[in-house]
Design a protein around this ligand. Structure first.
Ligand code: ATP
Ligand code: MG
Length: 290
């Protein structure tokens, strides 16, 4: 797909949404918490079988956006669709059924500390299905752990796993129900470059091997470039860039360049410098003299 085609994915200002428009469609979504405007009239369609990466500065609304995709948050105004059906206005019971199509890797991993690796992986299965003792659950756990290179760790507890191992187990749990879509919130944060790359490889493997649709929220541009078919940048509640890696790398918006190069903006610097002035005026050398 060319850069232009990626950017021209429909925005659906008019007319009904069909499942052909995208597996998940966000249509004119605004989200406010009290007076705080986090998402400002956002529209996007997530293409099936592709990896869409969402980048943007801390606090810009990335987690809030993907929580809308799975119905963990509801928009203040606007609509959210899964396969052409609205999910922003349905009951929690109905949402529970819809969510069986999703895997969600939460920011921070969030394994249950009091449960073994095996119990963690079986948790979503038992939550959604009645299972009897002899229904092949050990095999299911083994297959999922093998997919992330963690078979053999079934009886471990999270406290005895490294950060990278916990992320991999969380990923095995996220795919326990054979989802069609997997949402990753900062999957590589806190990992060293090698462990991060293992996660990147797993994201690629799940897409290429199982045909999963992925949405990845990340700060990590190396990871973004490696896994993305398409990168969307959020800034002040709006989409300011949307395209493939080349499009983002060469984007003219200063906020995009600052973000991908890890530079501090002039606004941020002004705040830091102002803080410095205040510090100086508060602590003069004579304050420390006897
Ligand atoms: N449930 C909530 N109630 C009130 N404010 C919220 C809630 N959830 C998020 N926010 C606010 O919405 C804004 C966006 O939060 P969000 O977690 O989406 O940021 P983010 O882009 O994921 O940041 P990070 O990269 O640090 O994870 C923040 O100002 C946050 O404080
Ligand atoms: Mg977040």
């Amino acid at each position: 797909m060319t850069e232009k085609e990626l950017i021209n994915i429909p925005v659906f200002d008019n007319g009904p949404v069909s499942k052909d428009d995208g597996i998940i469609v966000i249509k004119n979504v605004t989200k406010k918490f009290g007076n705080l405007l986090v998402l400002d009239n956002i529209s996007m369609a997530i293409e099936p079988g592709k990896t869409t990466v969402i980048i943007g500065p801390s606090g810009c609304g990335k987690t809030v956006l993907i929580k809308h995709m799975i119905g963990l948050l509801r928009p203040t105004t606007g609509k959210v669709y899964f396969k052409g059906n609205r999910i922003d206005n349905i009951s929690e019971d109905e949402l529970g059924k819809v969510r069986t199509n999703y895997g969600f890797l939460f920011q921070g991993g969030a394994l249950f500390d009091s449960m073994s690796v095996k119990e963690n992986i079986l948790f979503p299965v038992k939550q959604h299905y009645k299972v009897n003792k002899n229904s092949g659950l050990d095999d299911l756990v083994k297959i999922k752990l093998a997919l992330v290179g963690m078979d053999g760790f079934q009886e471990y507890f999270p406290a005895n796993l490294s950060g990278g191992q916990k992320k991999r187990v969380a990923l095995a749990r996220a795919i326990a129900l054979n989802p069609e879509i997997i949402l990753y919130d900062e999957p590589t944060t806190g990992l060293d470059p090698i462990r991060s790359d293992i996660i990147n490889e797993l994201i690629l493997k799940l897409k290429n091997g199982l045909g999963l649709t992925s949405v990845v929220v990340t700060h990590d541009m190396k990871s973004a470039y490696k896994v993305a078919d398409r990168i969307i940048m959020l800034h002040h509640g709006k989409i300011i860039a949307d395209g493939d890696a080349d499009h983002i790398e060469n984007h003219s918006h200063p906020a995009v360049q600052q973000f991908i190069k890890g530079q501090v903006s002039e606004d941020d610097l002004a705040v830091i410098r102002m803080g410095g002035e205040e510090l100086k005026s508060q602590f003069l050398p004579e304050d420390f003299r006897q």
